[in-house]
Ligand binder design. Structure first.
Ligand SMILES: Nc1nc2c(ncn2[C@@H]2O[C@H](COP(=O)(O)OP(=O)(O)OP(=O)(O)O)[C@@H](O)[C@H]2O)c(=O)[nH]1
Ligand SMILES: [Mg+2]
Length: 238
């Protein structure tokens, strides 16, 4: 996403907010690993790697001042925050919603990244939608349901996901075929509620590997951040 924004001529930066990431496949402009070390947390609190991840997630809040200061150098940038992939370590921690508010000055969207390979199965699709709903209930920010790694999905799977999104009955049928009749009414009520409550208004299909699909995300961002006007046209006469 950052590379795509740069290619279009926008200023963009990425902040890694995952202190536990061993490796990130990009060069972070701000990196919380410079402030928090999992090894030090393990030593200081006598914890194993899992406990240290939880403590490190909570220490993020304590480093917010420093991150905010660095962000001041990125005025008028699109800033992308990469949060810990395990949602227990971010969405479910007490300080995270406040952190989103503070770091973005209230001007943020959340991209929920669903895995394209998992989305090929009705059960995978449903479970990721339920995770999306759980993040939404914690954050209360505009959210995008983004399916990444579409380069690993075949055309039928991509079409299926779009059909399931439009028509919960098709999702029900596919789920029954995959899992059988167990708790049919329960899951049917869940898929129907996805649609009735407009849980997701649009699917965003992307591939980071092939750099596909980012213009749709950008269009949605423009709509939200600038009321539909792109920066290119914003300052033109009239
Ligand atoms: N084929 C393909 N692989 C991808 C794509 N995006 C990321 N990957 C790869 O998938 C692997 C896992 O990356 P992610 O799914 O982003 O997960 P992560 O950020 O490593 O893990 P968490 O933050 O803990 O969820 C890495 O090897 C990435 O290079 C994509 O669009 N297509
Ligand atoms: Mg990650």
């Amino acid at each position: 996403m950052k590379d795509w924004l740069l290619m279009q001529g926008y200023d963009a930066a990425v902040v890694n907010l995952d202190p536990g990431a061993d490796f990130v496949p990009y060069e972070p402009d701000i990196d919380v690993r410079d402030m928090i070390s999992i090894d030090e947390v393990m030593a200081q609190y006598s914890l194993g790697p899992n406990g240290a991840q939880v403590v490190a997630a909570d220490l993020l809040v304590e480093n917010m001042e420093e991150i905010t200061k660095k962000l001041e150098e990125l005025q008028d940038y699109y800033v992308i925050f990469d949060t810990p992939g395990q949602i227990e370590l971010f969405s479910f921690r007490p300080g995270s919603a406040m952190m989103v508010q503070r770091l973005s000055s209230g001007k943020a969207m959340i991209a929920f990244l669903a895995d394209g390979v998992l989305c090929q199965y009705p059960s995978g699709y449903i479970s990721q939608k339920m995770l999306y709903a759980s993040v939404m209930s914690r954050m209360f920010y505009p959210m995008l349901f983004v399916i990444n790694k579409t380069d690993l999905m075949d055309e039928d799977s991509i079409q299926n996901a779009m059909d399931w999104e439009k028509d919960p009955e098709k999702l029900d049928d596919a789920f029954l075929e995959e899992k059988g009749n167990i708790l049919k009414d329960y899951y049917s009520a869940i898929t129907k509620s996805f649609r009735d409550l407009s849980l997701v208004s649009k699917l965003f299909m992307v591939s980071s590997r092939d750099m596909m699909g980012f213009e749709d995300i950008y269009a949605e961002m423009s709509m939200y951040f600038r009321g539909g006007e792109d920066v290119d046209t914003m300052y033109k006469d009239e």
